[in-house]
Every structure is written in structure tokens, then in C-alpha cells.
Design a protein around this ligand. Structure first.
Ligand SMILES: [Zn+2]
Length: 200
């Protein structure tokens, strides 16, 4: 999930009324999401940062995205996270699912703070991101953040992701490895044990 906590679908993928011109049946290649608990935007999958930039040249259509980060996911899809107020990763950098890549904003062609979340397949065609996120493609839908963690535990989760002790699956779930073999679980326990011993 691009957000750890609650978020709302402000505008679905597909045909819609353009929010700026009011024109009906205009194509929307992604979903517009608004973070309700936090404006931190996370990498949805493990991958490599394809672009992290702000295009101001209006002849380049990507200026509409403002400040954006695209991630070439290890799953073969490319993820676009747009209108950010801040970018926290650089082009070419490896990112892990759950890592913060930026902060939600309203840069580019935007009427208010939101995240334009777009997913393209290997042939460059935009696909329905709701299917990938496992949520309805429906304006107003609020994802309850069932996979978010209690605020007091968030720091530990951030640490475990940064140390690669836990991995995310892109839907907000966390796991040692996938699929988890005996050896992988042993490595997970070893890292955790070492850290706890250090702390103790
Ligand atoms: Zn959008």
C-alpha cells in the first residue's frame, strides 16, 4: 500500500469528469488517493527508482504529475507516485516495499493534496490499480488501514524494514521473507536475536 494508515479514494481509475475543466468522460490513468492518518507515501513494492523528478516544461506531458517518483517494481509493473510535495529517493536507487519515497502534495496539474497512483504493465499500458491494491475502484472508499500498525510500534516496523529484517508484499503485509523457508526464518530470528541482545 502507498499509505500505512487510513486513506480515501478521491477519484477512481478510468472514465471520469475532469476535475479542472469539468469535461465529462475524460480518461484517468490512475487512482487519486488521500492519506488520512499520514501524508507519508511508501514504495508499494520492492524495485528500482526509474525517475525522481519535477518536470516544468509543459510540452512534456509528465509536467502534469508535478513532483513524481516512478518505481520499476520487481513484479514487472511500473508504479507512478505523483503530485508529491517532497521526494525522498533518487533515480537508480533500490527501494523496499514500505520505504518512504516522498510526501503527498499538490504539485503539477492538481486541485488539492492527493497522490496520483498509476500502475503500468510491461508494455507501458496503464492498468486498474485497485485490482493490484485489492480495494474497490470507487470514489469515497476509505481503506481502514487494517494493515497499519499502532503508532507506538511504527518506529520498530520502520527499523525492521530498513534493516531488511522484514519485507513488505505491497499490500501492507509484513513478513520475514516470502515464501519463508526454515533457513530464512533462522536468519530472521538470528538478526532479531542479535539486535535484542545488543539492546539488552
Ligand atoms: Zn489522478
Amino acid at each position: 500500500m502507498p499509505y500505512f494508515g487510513k486513506f480515501r479514494v478521491a477519484s477512481p481509475y478510468g472514465s471520469r469528469k475532469d476535475p479542472i475543466t469539468g469535461q465529462k468522460n475524460t480518461w484517468h490513468g490512475g487512482m487519486d488517493l488521500v492519506g488520512l492518518d499520514s501524508k507519508e507515501v511508501h514504495a508499494p513494492v520492492n524495485g528500482t527508482v526509474l525517475r525522481s523528478r519535477m518536470v516544468t516544461d509543459r510540452t512534456n506531458r509528465t509536467w502534469e504529475w508535478g513532483n513524481y517518483v516512478s518505481v520499476a517494481g520487481d513484479d514487472g509493473y511500473t508504479y507512478y507516485l505523483c503530485h508529491l510535495s517532497e521526494r525522498r529517493v533518487n533515480q537508480g536507487e533500490r527501494v523496499r516495499a514500505g520505504q518512504i519515497i516522498g510526501i503527498e502534495g499538490s504539485t503539477g496539474r492538481s486541485t488539492g493534496s492527493h497522490l496520483h497512483f498509476e500502475v503500468r504493465n510491461s508494455s507501458g499500458t496503464a492498468v486498474d490499480p485497485s485490482a493490484i491494491l485489492g480495494i474497490p475502484n470507487e470514489a469515497g472508499y476509505v481503506h481502514d488501514g487494517g494493515n497499519s500498525v499502532s503508532p507506538w510500534a511504527q518506529e520498530a516496523v520502520n527499523w525492521a524494514l530498513a534493516e531488511e529484517i522484514l519485507l513488505g508484499d505491497g499490500r501492507g503485509n509484513l513478513m520475514p521473507q516470502k515464501p519463508c523457508t526454515r533457513e530464512e526464518m533462522a536468519v530472521f530470528l538470528h538478526r532479531l536475536y542479535k539486535h535484542l541482545r545488543k539492546e539488552g
